[in-house]
Design a protein around this ligand. Structure first.
Ligand code: C2E
Ligand code: SIN
Ligand code: SIN
Ligand code: FE
Length: 412
């Protein structure tokens, strides 16, 4: 059997061209390791804010400095995204205040500030002492944060975060480098600058990908909502009903352990459950009283009509919406419509949305009915496991009622 070797012992005897720059022995390897660790972390962490905070910490470690802040380009400004500061973080309770104070902090992208200048010019700025800036420089140091936090910035390295095309996505700012031997605050070294530039550019690419994902996600949500609004009566109550339905459905997915990406798809697809009502005549849809048997028959066509509207879409999301529309009035015991499917023959999203729909419809006012009390809704629904609804879902629902109630409170 062949053995693979996954680690390599570095040869420290070789003369490296920059070996004289830094005295400490394996410092470069250590920094490179941090850089590699950071890249791996980048690809694994999901929560972007948490990730940026992690990167800021990595930067501080790599540069042997006190603080690191990350700003992202947002229109004409740099927006504060994350920071870490070893000195300030040690002060009890300071961390929360620091981050809170910075949350909405914007720096205009002009040459008046260090960070703005770096973003604008795409050039790194390595400043030994921010309080002794060369007066010929276009920017001044903004000492207000120092004053607010009773902190003393001295050396500052500010780097643009560039993507592979050289576009600036943001700025990383490192504060107060400590000499690794004397511990005294000193200017950032050439080598620190090299490694930190590599880190900053990685963060830049990451930031661009995250932005693109955000935009895609937003436009998906936007498109679904526009579609729903166009196809439904646009009153506020229906809008909230649809919002809640989506969230209940996503909650079921989460409780079933189906994963957050699927839950988000289901949230949006669930909102499409009744798009078929676009073909239902208003006289029936908005009839104040009960429907006659023929009217009910017309009404019930909304399930298949919705399915037809969505099913040939190229978008997997809209296809999921088609499944939801076509199956959200099926019942577990096979007595539902349009096909009378039973049990697990009903797609899981259909079973989920069926319960979410009825739970919300019963507790809401309709043109044909008054809202039921929450107690009545819950006792009614809980008795229908195994007949109208998937019994597994009813159990999940009853075991997690507070979480469903929370959604109701958040969107009413
Ligand atoms: P919807 O108002 O969104 O109601 C969705 C589902 O919630 C209904 O599906 C039903 O399963 C449940 N539901 C709502 N209200 C009640 C209720 O008072 N009692 C009980 N037991 N269940 C209720 P369903 O029955 O297939 O109806 C589908 C759609 O047909 C309804 O959507 C609504 O738009 C319309 N609809 C149903 N019944 C009437 C009615 O008596 N008058 C009018 N104008 N429309 C009705
Ligand atoms: C600046 O770059 O001048 C503002 C940011 C800071 O004060 O740390
Ligand atoms: C339907 O029930 O009409 C079709 C649902 C599905 O796509 O499986
Ligand atoms: Fe429906």
């Amino acid at each position: 059997m062949q053995e693979f070797i996954f680690e390599l012992k570095p040869d420290r005897s070789s003369e490296l061209p920059w070996a004289g720059v830094v005295n400490a022995s394996s410092l470069d390897a250590q920094r490179l390791k941090l850089l590699v660790d950071a890249s791996l972390a980048l690809s694994e962490v999901r929560d972007f804010e948490q990730l940026l905070n992690l990167i800021a910490k990595t930067g501080v470690e790599m540069a042997n400095c006190e603080g690191c802040s990350i700003y992202g380009v947002e229109g004409e400004n740099l927006r504060f995204l994350a920071s870490t500061n070893l000195v300030l973080d040690q002060r009890a309770g300071h961390r929360a205040r620091l981050v809170d104070g910075l949350r909405d902090f914007l720096i205009p992208i002009t040459s008046n500030s260090i960070a703005g200048f770096v973003a604008k010019s795409g050039r790194a700025m390595n400043i030994p002492n921010v309080y002794e800036l060369d007066p010929s420089l276009p920017f001044a140091f903004n000492a207000s944060l120092d004053q607010r936090h009773q902190y003393r910035s001295q050396s500052m390295l500010t780097l643009p975060m560039c993507d592979t095309r050289g576009y600036v996505l943001g700025v990383m700012q490192f504060i107060n480098h400590h000499n690794r031997e004397t511990s005294a605050i000193a200017a950032f070294s050439e080598l620190d600058t090299m490694y930190l530039t590599a880190l900053a550019n990685q963060v830049g690419v990451l930031l661009r990908n995250a932005r693109m994902n955000d935009q895609l996600r937003e436009s998906r949500v936007e498109a679904v909502k526009k579609f729903v609004i166009a196809s439904e009566f646009t009153d506020k109550d229906t809008g909230l009903h649809i919002e809640r339905m989506g969230r209940y459905s996503a909650l079921f997915c989460e409780l079933l352990g189906l994963g957050s990406a699927y839950a988000e798809d289901v949230r949006l697809a669930a909102m499409l459950h009744d798009v078929g009502k676009i073909t239902t005549p208003d006289a029936i849809l908005k009839k104040p009283g009960s429907l006659t048997a023929p009217e009910m028959q017309v009404m019930r066509q909304h399930a298949l009509n919705g399915y037809d509207i969505l099913r040939d879409s190229q978008s997997p999301l809209l296809q999921l919406g088609a499944t939801v529309a076509g199956s959200h009035h099926e019942k577990w015991d096979g007595s539902g419509y349009p096909h009378g499917l039973a049990g697990e023959a009903v797609p899981i999203v259909g079973r989920i949305v069926a319960l979410a729909d009825v739970y919300d419809a019963l507790s809401s006012k309709r043109c044909y009915k008054e809202p039921w009390s929450m107690d009545d809704v819950i006792s009614h629904v809980s008795q229908l496991g195994g007949t109208q609804f998937d019994p597994t879902l009813i159990t999940l629902f009853m075991d997690n009622l507070p979480r469903f109630t929370e959604v109701r409170h958040d969107f009413h």
